[in-house]
Design a binder for this molecule. Sequence first.
Ligand code: PMP
Length: 360
Amino acid sequence: MTRNYNFSAGPSALPEAVLQQAQQELLDWHGNGLSIMEMSHRSKEFVGVAEQAEQDLRELMQIPDNYKVLFMQGGATSQFTMIPMNLLGDKTSADYINTGDWSKKAIKEASRYCDVNVIASSEANNFTSAPSQSELKLNPDAAYVHYTPNETIRGVEFDYIPDTGDVPLVADMSSNILSRQIDVSRFAMIYAGAQKNIGPAGLTVVIIREDLLGKALPQTPALYDYKVTADAGSMHNTPPTFGWYLAGLVFQWLKAQGGVAAIEEINRRKAEKLYSAIDNSPFYSNPVALNNRSWMNVPFILANAELDKQFLAEADDKGLLNLPGHRSVGGMRASIYNAVPEAGVDTLIAFMHDFEQRHA
Ligand code: PMP
């Protein structure tokens, strides 16, 4: 069996140890003679798995007690709708920061429910930076402020947490959750599709401060109401049990690595060496402002775009998979999430040097 290095933006690499454990447990979970996928979500066995996963995530992110952790479905995209439905309350507008493609999608969806004020945007510089705190035109009457701390497609990451005063701050952390330490108490709500740093697609994690629950618009479907979900322990209907279980294995793996502080150091090293390989060569480039370069998604282009196809084909042959940039921007992108080993980044850098030698 050969495991390749997988630089996919999502669904993306999972830790090999987690896949092995899932494989070992697949037919007979803990001597029960059946798979976890075949169990009732209300069985004491599955409830135990579910509770442990929540507890481990709380420990990893140091989530304060006055926050609920919800295990939902529908991907981060469904949160673009649930957020205005649940958080507007009696307000009529919300503030959004626009730093790229995912911000725009969130804005478009929220615009169906309220007046969206785009309080800062980096569109004018083609999304190669994030606005600074002083550029945010915050509205004190906004129901909340929404932003995307890490834009997955163009690889733009905030290097600070916006200060929004008393207005609740909501963050789409789909592509950088658990990649570095953050102070959860600075946020009213954090959400993430699982398929990057958490587990398989199909599960969405929501971390929300309790005082924001119970304000859903009357037409909100029960399944989209955070309070209904919280009150039911994320089991108002059948949750994505296998994804939840796998997320739990990933949380245990991360704890065994030394937790978020330890992975943060590895992620810093991985990103620094890849960006320095790009910057130290006239052959490769990345347009993002130095302080906003994503640790998780590293886009780069070749000076000669005619070589793109060959670069990608040769990379593929060497077991360096899924390096094409997003279909909307082209070029290359290496997503180097928690589960991509440092050796994968080293191998990619060696290949980039070698390719350059042969083609420069
Ligand atoms: N937000 C961000 C930052 C993302 O990277 C993605 C997916 N790549 C999404 C939202 C959409 O996620 P989903 O496909 O789970 O709806």
